[in-house]
Ligand binder design. Structure first.
Ligand code: NAP
Length: 572
């Protein structure tokens, strides 16, 4: 493991040594206060924005490369998604043992997941363990929300400023800011009038909330709400779910990992992780070779029954290979799923309202559920279909629809995120000649490999738009991203260069290729966060934000680019 001491001469002023003789990371006493109004000014070789799953690993790799590196984190602890999303029921949709980092054998050997799909608290504990285990905390500054990043072409470095007034100079800048990290509130009249607590799921209080005996309302029925609703239904006096669009949900089938399963996982973990490298979405599950039309109806039904009984994303990712591209095949699968909903929900009218009619199974991100449909059989749970009776306004007492008032004590916004580009929009990123990233992406993101943007040298966008991570078992794709970025920086430095920038034609080609990967799938026809569609952000352009070519193909392209001396990039 590296010490954090720089091994490359980057022509940057070195930080002052600390009392212990080690180089200080971040706060450079010698120039402190040189820029008036700034709390401190640190000079580093590399700066990572975010200390979630991506940021932690990127920090570790750059530190071990020998760079002086700092990570600036908006939260008060590590964890990113798993730090912010603490709502009841929050847990992995990926098998736990396929979600953890794979870079360290020691870490793999020492960590034991307790459930097949780990709950949020355990995942956060894991990420804290990683931060401590690899001595990363010394390099992280918490409660530092980055507000701007400005490129200085002459000095060949970025100036990064935070909300609290600190400023940092860095040659390399990596964003690890998450694809779903900017919560959006519903654009509903009177939203701020509610007298009781009103909380977005991604801002759930750290100490939790006691919902016992309360009248709770939940707006939204996406993957978050689908995890939350059965948990709230267990304790609330009443739960009113305000649904605008039902989703196709598949059973998660979570259970504790018993001793026998633990032993099997220990034995097979590396094989499982190797398999994840080779599957489309980085999961254990992968598409079948057959099409729906290659089999009889009886065989098809039996196959889908089997998949329905399997854990995780089996139904979404390990299905017939035509169900995500052929409308006819998808309709058959959607009909199967509709029958399942009708079987599980007692009241036929409620069941009907829970069955999507505007999109097919898997054409939006599939929520995984544990007792979601059964929650609607409880006497304390009411489904309000906003397509029939829209919300008129939120009042001090609750929610008023066109049908009636719904008095509430507690209101939950499970209303999603400004996906993928939202976190970039919150930072004033200025590249060569002062051009802004917001302007560069005004018509939708333009990137090369989903990792760099022309006009923004030395900036890498881990898990950013058009990057494989956007439709993936995140850590599997994040590790690929981070390893590639680290090798790239290492390559530039080894060549004695200090600047790398994606060329305009290479970004144009990649963006067109990204669109092609999306266009061949049925999901391209359906509005969702995959295309940046969010009714609460009406000004947003609909453009593919994800890369849908799969992990093996993405990795192959990234490796080819690297092997060809970082083809498509300008290195100087
Ligand atoms: P989401 O999928 O965007 O769902 C937001 C929900 O809020 C939708 O049902 C939406 O309805 C509704 N909504 C938004 N504005 C509304 C308004 N003004 N009035 C009424 N309803 C409104 O957000 P999410 O559930 O937070 O999930 C986002 C993503 O996070 C998921 O797709 C997934 O990738 C990720 N996630 C992952 C996990 C996991 O891995 N364990 C868990 C949860 C979430 P419409 O559909 O009609 O717009």
């Amino acid at each position: 493991m590296g010490t954090g001491a720089g091994t490359y001469d980057l022509g940057l002023p070195a930080p002052e040594p600390t009392a212990s003789g080690r180089r200080a990371i971040g706060t450079h006493e010698g120039v402190r206060g040189a820029m008036s109004g700034h709390r401190d000014l640190g000079t580093v070789d590399a700066l990572v924005i975010g200390a979630g799953v991506s940021g932690l690993y990127q920090l570790l790799r750059l530190r071990d490369l020998g760079l002086r590196v700092v990570a600036l984190e908006a939260g008060s602890d590590v964890g990113g998604t798993w730090y912010w999303n603490r709502y009841p029921g929050a847990r992995f949709d990926s098998e736990s043992y396929t979600y953890g980092y794979s870079f360290s054998d020691a870490l793999l050997d020492e960590w034991e997941w307790t459930e097949h799909f780990s709950p949020q608290a355990e995942t956060l504990r894991y990420l804290r363990h990683v931060a401590d285990r690899f001595a990363l905390r010394a390099h992280i500054r918490f409660d530092r929300r980055v507000t701007s990043a400005t490129w200085d072409d002459e000095a060949c470095r970025w100036t990064v400023a935070t909300e609290d007034g600190s400023t940092w100079l860095t040659q390399w800048l990596v964003t690890a800011i998450g694809a779903l990290s900017v919560p959006t509130l519903p654009a509903i009249d009177g939203r701020d009038d509610f007298a009781g607590p009103a909380i977005h799921t991604a801002r759930w209080p750290e100490d939790g909330v006691d919902l016992a005996g309360l009248r709770v309302g939940v707006i939204g029925t996406g993957a978050t709400a689908v995890q939350l609703i059965p948990e709230v239904a267990k304790v609330a006096a009443s739960l009113t779910v305000f649904q605008r669009s039902p989703n196709w949900c598949a059973p998660l089938h979570n259970r504790p990992i018993d001793a026998e399963a633990q032993a099997r996982i220990r034995e097979n973990q590396r094989d499982m992780l190797r398999r994840c490298r080779e599957t489309f979405g980085g999961f254990l599950h992968d598409a079948e070779g057959e099409k729906t039309t290659d089999v009889t109806e009886v065989e098809r039904e039996a196959f889908w029954e089997q998949r329905y009984a399997e854990p995780g994303f089996a139904l979404w990712f390990a299905n017939y290979r035509d169900v995500m591209v052929s409308p006819d095949a998808n309709r058959l699968l959607s009909d199967f799923m509709a029958r399942k909903i009708a079987e599980r929900v007692h009241d036929p009218d409620v069941a009907k309202r829970l069955i999507p009619t505007d999109h097919g199974f898997g054409t939006k991100r599939v929520p995984l559920e544990t007792g979601y449909y059964e929650a609607y059989n409880q006497p304390n749970v009411e489904l309000v279909d906003l397509r029939e009776t829209p919300i008129v306004r939120i009042t001090a007492e609750g929610v008023t629809t066109t049908a009636r008032d719904h008095p509430l004590d507690f209101l939950v916004f499970a209303t999603g995120f400004d996906a993928v580009t939202g976190a970039f929009d919150q930072i004033d990123v200025r590249g060569v000649g002062g051009s802004t990233l917001r302007a560069a992406w005004a018509n939708g993101p333009v990137t090369y490999l989903g990792l760099q943007v022309p006009g923004f040298p030395n900036l890498f966008t881990v898990a950013g738009p058009h990057n494989v991570s956007t439709l993936c078992n995140m850590p599997r794709c994040i590790e690929q991203n981070v390893d590639w970025v680290t090798d790239c920086i290492s390559h530039v430095l080894a060549r004695g260069a200090n600047r790398i920038e994606a060329s305009v034609p290479s970004a144009g080609e990649w963006t067109a290729h990204t669109y092609e990967t999306v266009d061949r799938l049925l999901l391209s026809k359906v509005d969702s966060w995959f295309h940046g569609v969010n009714s609460n952000l009406p000004g947003k352009r609909r453009r593919p934000l994800i890369y849908a070519g799969g992990l093996p193909r993405y990795r192959e392209r990234c490796d080819e680019v690297a092997a060809a001396g970082y083809e498509g990039f300008l290195i100087s």
